[in-house]
Write a protein that binds this ligand. Structure first.
Ligand SMILES: [Zn+2]
Ligand SMILES: [Zn+2]
Length: 341
């Protein structure tokens, strides 16, 4: 089978490998769609995220959907031919953090596409059925892959403890930010500010019902002007850039909540202390996601969240490097690129 492997910064190679053999209790999947995430770009460009370094050749891709080719004997929830969404985080289920309901913080965690576990940018993968979610009939493979970023958006949204009628600022309108705007609509936000430097992404945010603003504006004043002088109840930083952290903090009212989702390449959290101290902000930091697939599937199935229109560019596995360059460079009006192995 063909497999797209990262050998070093900006060195992706298409290699031939044997089809993996499922162990007892595992399923074999034919990978159908992999969407490219900015955390993949960190490995692609820098060979690392924070202190997690890729030293061996690695198959990237943690947002993916597969078709069941072989279901494990005795398993009743998977059928051959089913499309399944894949939970990239393989948690142990037994450690203190799993037992407390936080599998995303598991101390024995493996994550697809993060060293040392290969991800989805290859033709076949083997997987444990408890981490696979069969999809309703109206789902495409791309929809299935997009459930992972939607899960991150949902988990981050959960951390905000948003109340119906609250106001929100979404700082960063990449795929997750645009999903967050949709969640804000459903959740009854009375004002959605969308902070984004790229004009084409601001336009999309506006189409989804947000009030777009460039980070070059005076954000504190802008937020106050649209929230009866107070600032927003909740700000969510989803840009993955150091300046966005402060931008998010500046939009929030006294006693408000700030959720940090983005992963800045500088590996730093930098906010002017008096800004968050004087406002007495509650700051929460999102770690990937947990237990979100059933809700993500239901939201897409009922057409309450549109993931499909966010996929703007499509590539074959052979063109994987092109997809990564496009995402890394924010070229050609890109929102989300999908690679179909
Ligand atoms: Zn991702
Ligand atoms: Zn665990």
């Amino acid at each position: 089978m063909k497999s797209l492997k990262l050998y070093g910064p900006r060195d992706l190679r298409l290699v031939e490998e044997p089809v993996p053999q499922p162990q007892p209790g595992e399923a074999l999947l034919r990978v159908r769609a992999v969407t490219v995430c900015h955390s993949d770009i960190h490995y692609y460009r820098d060979g690392r995220i924070g202190n997690t370094v890729s030293t061996e050749p690695l198959v990237l891709g943690h947002e993916f959907c597969g078709e069941v080719v072989q279901a494990p004997a005795g398993d009743s929830h998977l059928r051959v031919g089913d499309l399944v969404a894949v939970e990239p985080a393989i948690s142990c289920g037994r450690c203190r953090f799993c037992q407390e309901g936080n599998p995303n913080l598991c101390e024995h965690l493996f994550f697809a596409g993060v060293p040392p576990m290969d991800g989805g940018l290859r033709e076949y993968v083997t997987y444990k059925p408890e981490f696979l979610f069969p999809l309703p009939a109206n789902f495409t493979a791309e929809d299935g892959a997009m459930l992972e970023p939607l899960g991150v958006a949902l988990h981050s949204w959960d951390l905000a403890h948003f109340r119906m009628g609250d106001t929100v600022a979404i700082v960063g309108c990449g795929p997750i930010g645009l999903l967050m705007i949709q969640l804000a609509r459903i959740a009854g936000a009375t004002e959605i500010l969308a902070v984004e430097p790229l004009a084409y992404r601001r336009d999309l945010a506006a189409e989804l019902g947000a009030r777009p603003v460039s980070p070059e504006e005076d954000l504190e004043r802008f937020a106050a002007a649209h929230t009866r002088g107070y600032g927003v109840d909740v700000a969510i930083e989803v840009a993955g850039a150091v300046p966005a952290q402060e931008e998010a903090a500046r939009t929030v009212r006294n006693g408000g909540r700030l959720v940090m989702v983005g992963i800045p390449p500088e590996d730093q959290l930098l906010i002017t202390h008096h800004v968050v101290r004087r406002k007495g902000l509650t700051i929460r930091i999102a770690r990937r996601m947990k237990l979100t697939y059933p809700r993500a599937i239901a939201l897409v199935e009922r057409q309450m969240v549109d993931v499909r229109s966010l996929v703007t560019h499509r590539f074959a596995l052979e063109q994987g490097a092109e997809a990564f360059e496009l995402v890394a460079g924010y070229g050609d009006g890109i929102i989300k690129a999908v690679v179909c192995p």
